[in-house]
Design a protein around this ligand. Structure first.
Ligand code: NAD
Length: 516
């Protein structure tokens, strides 16, 4: 067997060679961080409105250069222009204003309410302080779109950023960094190219980290970040389930399940990989789903190919192993199940009569494969859906919205849907998150700001007198303690006895401080 080409050196659409992109020597990361720190200090002094304005220029620049990035995405991932445009670029324009509104909410200082009796003259405000330099380690599957969720909040919060794109899609990462570099202060955004060694080295030098990728890598990353005590948001793999109830709108459900099972060639962390369908509609559901899969075009099959190829030989090998395992264990091939085209294309695949022993029902396939298991009733479907180590998205398809909502709430996932799936990832004001091995990360929305900012409690005391509970201990302080206990038990009278004691306490403290 010939050795597959090195990551990032060929186009998965047709296998043609691409000029390699040089890795960043790990010894240069310190220098990138130093430049980033210098720029960050000044960036953090800008108002949020000024930061938004600068980022608006970046977004405008990116949209003006749409042709450049769509060509790069086509070359590196094999996606068609329309696919890349719709699923990676077109969401960018509306993203920033919504992300900016979330930033205003997340970054707003909070004045803490204090009782003037217990805390005389004191003011406390909690402020969100940028972490400093944020590392963003990204996967290849949405080589452009995956950057939006971390990069906008990180910069809006006043941080500098170092991007580490996947070694499979280095040109997209370089292009993104170049657009930010062109409009923002030098060094504020930069790119570190390379594979796992560069990613691992980046963890050593940044102040905070977002990681999007596989579970095994995410676990290593989270451990090292924990050892360094730096905040780290990990967004990992999935094995999403869709539950299709007998009362669903079959036309819409078939189209929706096909969409979110096969979109991006199934290389979507929140792809529908498992379907649990009620037995009474299973034959018709599977027949129609198979027909949709058969009708889809795989890039480069025509100018409007529905899906692109798999990204890598390794990914293709996983898909083929999972399909073979399912067929060996008794699944029925309804559609697909074979390679197509001159690159890494694989036909949209539907497998029926799947069971929990099959890899397609347990491990992340990350390919254009929808595995269907027939169930007797919804409770069985919920139990099966939840019997997974992953927990990213999950959906229930039904015309009974109340029942669907109740079942959706019972799915062990970060994003639960009724009659849709995989939708929330494009929204800047919605937390994109998971449970279990999908990781603890929260991407997008004000909920993600824990990674990008730390809280600072600023306490200002304008009281001219010393606090009455300071040294020395004396009889008045003992009485104060007893009165405070009475007050805690609900006595209002105790409050009235406090003022004369307070005066005596202040005098005693001042006497001690004067050294009398
Ligand atoms: P991966 O884990 O192989 O690589 C992800 C990134 O980590 C790459 O940039 C890689 O170079 C880097 N890396 C590798 N080893 C590293 C190390 N030891 N330390 C630091 N960085 C290291 O994942 P992938 O194959 O690029 O992406 C596919 C996976 O990403 C799938 O499992 C998919 O479900 C997941 N994903 C999750 C989400 C989400 O939001 N939950 C979104 C997209 C993709």
């Amino acid at each position: 067997m010939t050795k597959p080409p090195a990551p990032g050196t060929f186009s998965p659409a047709d296998g043609r060679s691409l000029e390699p992109v040089a890795s960043t020597p790990v010894t240069e990361l310190e220098a990138l961080v130093e430049r980033a720190r210098d720029a960050q200090i000044r960036w953090a002094k800008r108002t949020l409105a000024e930061r938004v304005e600068a980022l608006e220029r970046v977004v405008a620049r990116m949209l003006d250069r749409a042709d450049e990035i769509l060509a790069i995405l086509g070359e590196e991932t094999g996606k068609s222009r329309t696919d890349a445009l719709l699923n990676e670029l077109s969401g960018l324009g509306p993203y920033l204003p919504v992300a900016a509104a979330e930033a205003r909410a997340a970054l707003k200082p909070v004045k803490v309410k204090l009782s003037p009796l217990d805390y005389p003259g004191k003011k406390i405000v909690t402020e969100a302080v940028p972490r400093g330099v944020v590392g963003i380690i990204a996967p290849w599957n949405y080589a452009l779109g995956n950057f939006y969720k971390p990069i906008f909040p990180a910069l809006l919060a006043g941080n500098a950023v170092i991007l580490k794109p996947s070694e499979y899609t280095p040109r997209t990462g370089a292009w993104v960094a170049a657009q930010f570099e062109a409009e923002l202060p030098a060094g504020l955004v930069s790119v570190a190219q390379g594979g796992g060694d560069v990613g691992a080295a980046l963890i050593e030098v940044v102040d905070a980290l977002t990681f999007t990728g596989s579970v095994p890598t995410g676990r290593k990353v989270a451990v090292r970040a924990a050892e360094r005590f730096i905040p780290c948001s990990v967004e990992l793999g999935g094995k999403d389930a869709a539950i299709v109830l007998a009362d669903c709108n079959l036309d819409r459900t078939v189209a929706g399940v096909a969409q979110w099972g096969l979109h991006n060639c199934g290389q979507n962390c929140a792809a529908i990989e498992r379907v649990y369908v009620e037995g009474v509609i299973a034959d018709e559901f599977v027949r129609r789903l198979g027909a949709v899969a058969d009708a889809l075009h795989v890039s480069p099959d025509g100018p409007h190919a529905d899906i692109g190829p798999l990204q890598s030989h390794a990914q293709l090998a996983i898909v083929e192993r999972h399909v073979a395992d399912a067929l060996k264990k008794g699944a029925t091939l309804v559609a697909g199940g074979e390679r197509t085209g001159s690159g890494l294309g694989y036909r949209p695949t539907v497998l029926d009569h799947c069971t929990p022993e099959m890899l397609v029902m347990t491990e992340e396939t990350f390919g254009p494969v929808i595995a269907v298991q027939r169930v007797a009733e919804p409770e069985e479907a919920v139990a099966l859906a939840n019997a997974s180590p992953y927990g990213l998205n999950g959906s229930v398809w039904t015309t009974n919205i109340d029942r669907g909502t109740e079942l959706a709430r019972r799915l062990d996932v970060g994003v639960a849907y009724v009659n849709n799936h995989s939708f929330g990832g494009a929204l800047a004001n919605v937390p994109w998150t998971g449970v279990k091995e999908t990781g603890t990360g929260v991407a997008a929305s004000r909920w993600s700001y824990h990674t990008f900012t730390r809280p600072r409690t600023l306490f200002v005391d304008t009281n001219k007198n010393p606090d009455p509970w300071w040294f020395p201990m004396n009889e008045e302080l003992a009485q104060m303690g007893e009165l405070l206990l009475e007050r805690a038990r609900g006595s209002k009278a105790a409050l009235l006895k406090l003022p004369p004691l307070l005066g005596k306490r202040v005098k005693a403290i001042q006497k001690l401080a004067r050294g009398d």
